[in-house]
Design a protein around this ligand. Structure first.
Ligand code: GDP
Length: 425
């Protein structure tokens, strides 16, 4: 059975924890898109980890962790992440890397940083992990697949050609030092040494695993609203964040994805630029941010303070629809226990009209939130194990969200630890 775990919002929904939990029942966990530009926070018996490239299954002996072909593969980053597990005494995980995954080249990070520098105040707030230049090159067909590391002569030639193009831009647009093809080739040979032990035809591996009835988990990064097609373009990421893309980024048939667990946060937070209709500011935001504590004072990858807001039912219903959510895990509910009243954004007012449908970016920038205010529950809900034991107002908040988004909320997360989860239905 193939199951996907994805986010319905702007990322940081707490997918890491849910994936870590569900990975316990999985034989294989796969990353199918993105790169080291986002992170999952996982807290378990070995300690606290911020994983960026490794799938969340790496803490279990019985799981195989796969870096799928859709990922932006930063090889030294992956190796360092593996080392950091070793340092905390995590047993060596079983890792497979797709021979069709493309390599994040050292110059992708440079171009990312140079472009942000050039755009200055108009920048996208990139994590400078090289993700946008990487995917641009992939679709411009000048990227490098892992398999190409193993054909040295062709590789050398291709590097030379790519450097010609890159150096024109470096010299004339960015006024930065040129790339040296020989140096780049030498780096690629180092990358080859590092990655060789893990490389395989992961699509074929998965084909066989599906035939054998293995439990397979597709682990998404970021959320629906950062999808390049369906998100808040252009303030999006450069690869699809949708469960549907799991089929492509892992190399499996789309109809094998039977369950799409969509993670939704009980309030909103976002890192980076872009319209954020239910955003709150000042002391009100700071209080939520600080109380969020573990749950999101700072982005796991960037260390930047997150932007905060109330739950946005318009964005989340859309986020769930576009994911094809079959069930929802509602996270970080515990953090809201201090509030007397909790607003939920149930509509957008655009040019004097109220809509419940999430608009395109141009209209989104004009949207003002329409709130429905729910009573708070004013107590700590961490430690509660049974749904029925939650305060009435807390259950009413969950019911309201469920009614708004139209997808069953089956899991409620009331703390950062793996066992702080309530199964609802
Ligand atoms: P991801 O990008 O969706 O994987 O989000 P992360 O897992 O990196 O970020 C979510 C943060 O919330 C992490 O610091 C988690 O430890 C924390 N977290 C997850 N679920 C809960 C929860 O139910 N309550 C609290 N208080 N924190 C949570």
């Amino acid at each position: 059975m193939v199951r996907a775990i994805v986010g319905a919002n702007w990322g940081d929904e707490g997918k890491g924890k849910i994936t870590d939990m569900l990975a316990a029942e999985s034989d294989i966990v796969i990353r199918f898109q993105g790169g080291s530009n986002a992170g999952h926070t996982i807290i378990n018996d070995y300690g606290k980890f911020a994983l960026h490239l490794l799938p969340s299954g790496v803490f279990y002996n019985h799981t195989t962790s796969i870096i799928g072909n859709g990922v932006a593969l930063n090889i030294p980053y992956l190796i360092n992440e593996l080392k950091s597990l070793e340092e905390k005494n995590v047993p060596a995980p079983k890792i497979l890397v797709s021979d069709r995954a493309q390599i994040l080249m050292p110059y992708h990070m440079l171009f990312d940083a140079y472009e942000e520098e050039r755009l200055a105040g108009r920048s996208f707030g990139s994590t400078k992990s090289g993700i946008a230049p990487f995917y641009s090159d992939k679709y411009a067909k000048i990227g490098f697949q892992v398999s190409e590391l193993f054909d040295e002569e062709t590789l050398k030639e291709k590097i030379k050609n790519v450097c010609v193009q890159k150096n024109v831009i470096l010299e004339h647009l960015y006024h930065k030092p040129a790339l040296d093809p020989d140096e780049l080739f030498a780096t690629m040979m180092e990358y080859k040494e590092m990655i060789s032990p893990y490389v395989c035809d992961t699509s074929l591996y998965l084909y066989n695993a599906i035939k054998e009835g293995k439990n397979i988990l597709l682990e998404g990064q970021l959320g629906s609203l950062k999808d390049p097609d369906h998100g808040i373009y252009p303030m999006v990421t450069s690869s699809s964040t949708l469960a549907a893309y799991g089929a492509i980024g892992a190399g499996i048939p789309p109809y094998e994805i039977k369950s799409i667990t969509t993670v939704v946060k009980a309030y909103s937070s976002a890192v980076g630029a872009g319209a954020f209709v239910s955003e709150i500011f000042g002391d009100e935001a700071q209080e939520l941010r600080v109380r969020g504590g573990d749950a999101g004072e700072f982005g796991a990858t960037t260390g930047r303070p997150r932007r905060m807001g109330w739950f946005d039912a318009v964005a989340t219903r859309y986020g769930c629809r576009i994911q094809g959510a079959t069930e929802v895990a509602l996270t970080v509910l515990d953090v809201l226990g201090y509030l007397d009243e909790i607003p939920i954004c149930v509509g957008y007012e655009i040019d004097g009209e109220v809509t419940k449908d999430f608009p395109t970016t141009v209209k989104l920038s004009k949207a003002k939130p329409v709130y429905k205010v729910m009573p708070g529950w004013k107590c700590e809900i961490r430690g509660i194990k049974n749904y029925d034991d939650l305060p009435e107002n807390c259950k009413a908040y969950i019911d309201e969200i469920e009614k708004e988004i139209g997808v069953p909320i089956t899991l409620v997360s009331n703390g950062p630890r793996r066992d702080e989860i309530i199964r609802r239905k």
